[in-house]
Write a protein that binds this ligand. Structure first.
Ligand code: HEC
Length: 473
């Protein structure tokens, strides 16, 4: 070696050095790109929830706990922006809680109704809660009343408010999480509009009759992130990604509120009902009566009102058939006829299938719903992967043990001062086999992390040609 070097002139050594260094730089650049995924891997991150094939992301700086799924107690118990945190009980020794802070349940109702008027907000909220007091028929599906809503929530809230009007400052709901769902973005190819996805606030109902204890009743507000075009989608991605560089505490919370105020305030989305960015509000509870039940509410479009805001209306549960259709041919004929779209996660479960009502009015959940056609199991839907994808995308399937190892809740109720526990669907199930032998493996926060890493590195041409997906959650 030393003899070889002695025979090479210094200039040649320098030239060799440049070639080697340059080559390794090119190699490094292409490795970084590979870590962001091949085009096929990038498509898979968007069209499948399985994480077995996720590209390795060592070069990516997305911090999921700050940019995608925020449960840190410094956020969810922030004295200035939330209620029911430690500030409430500490008798004035810490800053008084902002009784109408930006991340309170009351602020959510204001953003839905588009007003701060106390009487209007009370009526708007009571009208929503009345849906549980009487039987509902939604898309011909009978959804029986769950009348305990009165003694558990309405009456104690009215009593705490001192009368007949619900005081939004007394709303018995604790913040559990703030979640960015940029992975639900759609380019203009989907129903004509571009969106950067959704952002969500998750709350848990507290029992005012029982020392404000957590209950088994969760509410999620799902707001659309308006984006006129690809540049606006990239801007949302930069905004959420920017949160990763802030330190938890007052600095982070101010930065996060600057982002949440863009979609969660009054008039955030002028083109939608009440000017609200809400896409839908969903509930998941057994606190009213067994079994667990999931519901969905929307602000309907094209409703004429005189002065009063558009009221929340109960809607069908997205992507989920009526409970009575389990193990019937309606399920298997739908799944078989739409197999390709179901595998691509681009199907929309219709209101009517084969001339009969199909989508459910609510989703009862006894952890028994491994959706399938007529028995014996795994025979009537031709491709077991189609059954798996179809069932996974229902409320009861994904909030259930068979498809995702989840026991009802993705986000657990919590006591003040403690963060919510998250399901293993979110944090990692590891590989397992479903009822028909299909191997699956979920880690949805990691899937979203990889997706954001890729989004931050994509050009508009790449973003605009992303596959269409219809994930509900
Ligand atoms: C593919 C999985 C999946 C499907 C399908 C799904 N969810 Fe969820 N759900 C989640 C995840 C994950 C969260 C946590 C928030 C997030 O990540 O956006 C969640 C959170 C919730 C919450 C608040 C926290 C909790 O776990 O109780 C409610 C309420 C809820 N979902 C209702 C519904 C309803 C109603 C449907 C059907 C229209 C539905 N979900 C369909 C995965 C799913």
């Amino acid at each position: 070696m030393s003899r070889l070097r002695s025979r090479l002139s210094p200039r040649i050594v320098l030239a060799l050095f440049v070639i080697v260094l340059g080559g390794s730089l090119i190699a490094f650049a292409s490795v970084t790109r590979t870590e962001l995924g091949t085009p096929d891997q990038q498509a898979t991150v968007r069209t499948s929830r399985d994480v077995s094939g996720l590209p390795i992301q060592s070069a990516c700086t997305v911090v999921p706990g700050k940019e995608l799924f925020v449960t840190d107690v410094s956020v969810v118990d922030d004295c200035l922006r939330t209620t029911w945190g430690p500030c409430i009980s500490s008798g004035g020794t810490v800053p008084a809680p902002a009784t109408q802070g930006a991340w309170t349940f009351g602020a959510r109702m204001q953003s839905l109704a588009g007003t701060t008027d106390p009487a209007t907000l009370s009526t708007f909220t009571l009208n929503w809660l009345h849906h549980w007091q009487v039987d509902q028929t939604i898309n011909s599906d009978l959804v029986p009343a769950r009348t305990r809503i009165k003694s558990l929530l309405i009456d104690p809230w009215l009593a705490a408010s001192g009368g007949t009007t619900l005081d939004m400052k007394k709303a018995p709901f604790r913040l559990l999480a703030i979640v960015a769902r940029l992975d639900l973005r759609q380019n203009a190819g989907y129903s004509g509009g571009t969106t950067a996805g959704e952002a969500r606030f998750v709350y848990n109902l507290l029992d005012l009759n029982n020392n404000n204890a957590p209950t088994q009743f969760n509410v999620i507000f799902e707001y659309g992130l308006d984006a006129a075009d690809c540049a606006a989608v990239q801007n949302w991605a930069d905004l959420w990604h920017g949160l990763g560089s802030h330190t938890f505490g007052p600095d982070y919370n101010a930065a996060l509120q600057a982002v949440t105020d863009r979609f969660a305030t009054i008039g955030a989305s002028p083109g939608k009902p009440n000017g609200s960015a809400l896409n839908q509000l969903r509930t998941n509870e057994i606190a009213l009566i067994s079994p667990w039940e999931l519901r969905e509410f929307k602000l309907p479009v094209n409703v004429l009102t005189t002065g009063a805001p558009v009221q929340l209306a109960e809607a069908t549960v997205a992507q989920t058939p009526a409970r009575s259709l389990q193990n019937t041919t309606a399920i298997s004929t739908y799944a078989n006829a739409n197999a390709a779209a179901i595998l691509q996660n681009s199907n929309v479960v219709p209101l009517i299938w084969s001339g009969s009502p199909f989508r459910g009015g609510a989703a009862p959940n006894n952890l028994d719903l491994k959706w399938d056609g007529p028995l014996p199991s795994c025979t009537s839907i031709t491709d077991p992967k189609v059954r798996e994808a179809f069932s996974l995308n229902t409320c009861s399937g994904c909030h259930g043990t068979s498809e995702t190892k989840t026991t009802f809740k993705q986000v657990e109720p919590r006591a003040a001062g403690f963060p919510s526990a998250l399901s293993t669907f979110l944090t990692g199930t590891g590989p397992f086999t479903d009822m028909c032998g299909v191997q699956v493996n979920f880690n949805d926060i990691d899937r979203r992390r990889v997706d954001l890493c890729q989004l931050l590195n994509k050009t508009c041409t790449e973003i605009n040609s992303e596959p269409v997906i219809t994930f509900v959650h």
